[in-house]
Design a protein. Structure first.
Length: 489
C-alpha cells in the first residue's frame, strides 16, 4: 500500500524544501515513521516512508522549533518561530486583545508543536464568555504552525474527517414587519444558505399596551444595553412577564414568517428577551408549532436545573454553549441532559481540540453539536477544521453573510467560498489551509467590532513590536509553593 495523490496533489500538500536531512535523521527527530505505520494499518513500505518524508517541511527542524514572538492586528494574532514558520489565531468578537498579549511571556521559548501542553499551561488564564479568547487564539495559531511544519491540515491532526464539507447558517437580525423578516431570510436562501437563523422576541412588542408586565425598575426593551441595570440582570431576576395578548402577537408574527419562507428549511431562533423562566416556558410552548430548529440561550447557561425544566416543558430543541469555557463547564449540562444541543464557540471554548473534546463528550450522551462563530476568517476556518473532525456536528454559524469583503483576506481559495449548496468545502492545505494577506487583514473591516457600544480594538499592526509583553510575570502556580529567599544567615 502506498500513499496516493488525490486530484494530482499530495494528500499532505507538499511544502517546498530548502534544507535536506537524511531519512534516518528525519525519522529519529520527528517520529513520522511511527505515524505513517499507524495510518497505513501497520504495513508500510520504503516508498510509503519516502512519501511522508517528501511532504514534510524539512526547512523546519521540529524538535528545535521555538516561539520567538507574538504580534497582533485588530482581533488577529500571529505567532512567529525561530524557523520562519508563523501561525494565525483570532480573539473572539468584542474581546480584548490584551487577553492574548498578557500570555506572550508564558509561551516565548515553547515549542508550538506541543499544542496540548501549551493549552494546559494557559488554560488557567481563560474564562467564560470573551475571557476565553487569549488561550483559544493561541491554541489556533499553534495548530496552524503544526500543520505547516508537518505538511497536513488541522483536521488531520484532530483525528481525521467525518465530512469534507461544512453546512453553514447565517444569523439574521429582527425585522418588526414579519413579511420583511421572511424576505430577509429568503435573501439568505438566494445566497446559498440551506439553514437559517433569525432574532426575535419581546422587542416586537415595543410601544404596544397590555403585552408585558414588569417591575418599574426594569425596562424590558433595554435589556441589550450592557451598561444598564437592564442589561446586567439575569433573566430570572427581572420579573418580566408576557401577557396572552403579547404571546399572540409574537405567534402571529412567527406564522407570517413561516408562511413567507416555507416549512422545508430549518430556522433556528435567538434573542427573545430577559423574561423569567416561567414565561420563557410559556413562550417556548406557544411557538413549538412552528418547528424551529432550536431555542437559543433562553436563560443563562449556568443554571443547569432551570434549563432542564425548560427542556422538559417544550418540544423544540433547547440549545446553549457559546459562552462556556472548556469541557469542565459543559459537563453538568451534558450529564443532566439539560439541553438538546450544545453550541460551543471555539474562540471561547478553548480552541479546536478542546471543542472537539466537548463534541465527543456530548455525543457519548446522545447530544448533537452546532457551532457558534461570530468572528473573522481565522476563527471561521479553525471552526471548519474542528467541525470536519467532530462526528456529532450539524451546522456552523457564519457572521459574514452581509459583508461583501469578508473573504478578501484569503488569497488561495476560490471565491465565493460559500457554495450554492449551502456548504463550505474543507481545505486540504497545511494548517488552517488558508493563505492570508496581512495588508487586507489590517483594513478597518477586518479589525473586529466593539459590541453594543463596547470599545474598538487598537490599531496596532503586525509590524508593531509587542516587546512590552515579553517579561510579564506572576506567581501563577495554583497550589501551595515554598519560595526560598536568598538571605545570608
Amino acid at each position: 500500500m502506498t500513499l496516493k495523490n488525490v486530484n494530482g496533489k499530495s494528500p499532505f500538500m507538499t511544502v517546498k524544501k530548502e534544507k535536506k536531512m537524511s531519512r534516518r535523521s528525519f525519522f529519529i527527530h520527528t517520529g513520522v515513521a511511527t505515524a505513517a505505520v499507524a495510518a497505513l494499518g501497520g504495513f508500510a513500505t520504503n516508498d510509503d516512508y519516502e512519501a511522508v518524508y517528501g511532504n514534510v517541511n524539512t526547512n523546519s527542524q521540529p524538535s528545535a522549533l521555538r516561539i520567538t514572538d507574538m504580534r497582533t492586528q485588530g482581533h488577529f494574532i500571529r505567532i512567529d518561530t525561530n524557523q520562519g514558520v508563523s501561525g494565525y489565531g483570532e480573539i473572539r468578537d468584542s474581546s480584548s486583545i490584551t487577553y492574548a498579549l498578557m500570555l506572550k511571556s508564558r509561551i516565548l521559548g515553547e515549542n508550538p508543536l506541543n499544542v496540548d501542553k501549551i493549552w494546559r499551561k494557559l488554560k488557567q488564564y481563560g474564562g467564560n464568555g470573551r475571557q476565553g479568547a487569549g488561550p483559544a487564539s493561541i491554541e489556533m495559531a499553534c495548530w496552524d504552525i503544526a500543520g505547516k511544519v508537518w505538511g497536513v491540515p488541522c483536521w488531520q491532526m484532530l483525528g481525521g474527517q467525518f465530512r469534507d464539507k461544512i453546512l453553514l447558517y447565517a444569523d439574521t437580525s429582527q425585522q418588526r414587519d414579519p413579511v420583511r423578516m421572511g424576505n430577509a431570510l429568503k435573501r439568505r436562501i438566494e445566497k446559498g444558505y440551506k439553514f437559517l437563523k433569525m432574532d426575535f422576541g419581546i422587542d416586537l412588542l415595543r410601544g404596544i399596551e397590555g403585552v408585558i408586565t414588569a417591575p418599574p425598575i426594569i425596562n424590558p426593551f433595554d435589556q441589550w444595553n450592557l451598561y444598564s441595570i437592564n442589561g446586567n440582570t439575569e433573566h430570572m431576576f427581572t420579573g418580566v412577564r408576557l401577557t396572552e395578548k403579547g404571546l399572540d402577537i409574537i405567534a402571529d408574527w412567527c406564522q407570517q414568517v413561516r408562511d413567507t419562507v416555507g416549512w422545508d428549511i430549518p430556522i433556528a431562533t435567538d434573542h427573545y428577551g430577559h423574561m423569567i423562566l416561567e414565561d420563557q416556558i410559556k413562550f417556548a410552548q406557544k411557538l413549538d408549532k412552528f418547528n424551529f430548529a432550536w431555542y437559543e440561550d433562553m436563560i443563562p447557561w449556568q443554571h443547569t436545573d432551570l434549563l432542564l425544566r425548560l427542556r422538559n416543558s417544550c418540544t423544540t430543541p433547547i440549545l446553549t454553549g457559546e459562552d462556556i469555557y472548556t469541557l469542565d463547564n459543559f459537563r453538568e449540562l451534558i450529564d443532566k441532559h439539560a439541553v438538546s444541543m450544545i453550541h460551543p464557540d471555539i474562540a471561547t471554548a478553548g480552541g479546536m481540540l478542546e471543542t472537539k473534546k466537548i463534541g465527543d463528550y456530548a455525543q457519548e450522551h446522545g447530544i448533537a453539536m452546532a457551532m457558534h462563530m461570530d468572528g473573522r476568517v481565522v476563527t471561521w476556518f479553525a471552526s471548519i477544521h474542528c467541525a470536519a473532525a467532530t462526528e456529532n456536528f450539524i451546522v456552523l454559524e457564519h457572521h459574514g453573510a452581509d459583508d461583501a469583503n469578508y473573504e478578501d483576506a484569503i488569497t488561495n481559495l476560490e471565491k465565493p467560498i460559500l457554495q450554492t449548496d449551502g456548504f463550505v468545502y474543507v481545505p486540504n492545505g497545511p494548517g488552517l489551509g488558508i493563505t492570508l494577506n496581512e495588508e487586507v487583514m489590517g483594513m478597518p473591516g477586518m479589525r473586529g467590532r466593539g459590541r453594543r457600544g463596547g470599545p474598538q480594538q487598537p490599531t496596532r499592526t503586525f509590524n508593531t513590536p509587542t516587546d512590552e509583553w515579553n517579561n510579564e510575570r506572576s506567581d501563577d502556580r495554583l497550589w501551595s509553593m515554598y519560595i526560598k529567599e536568598n538571605k545570608e544567615i
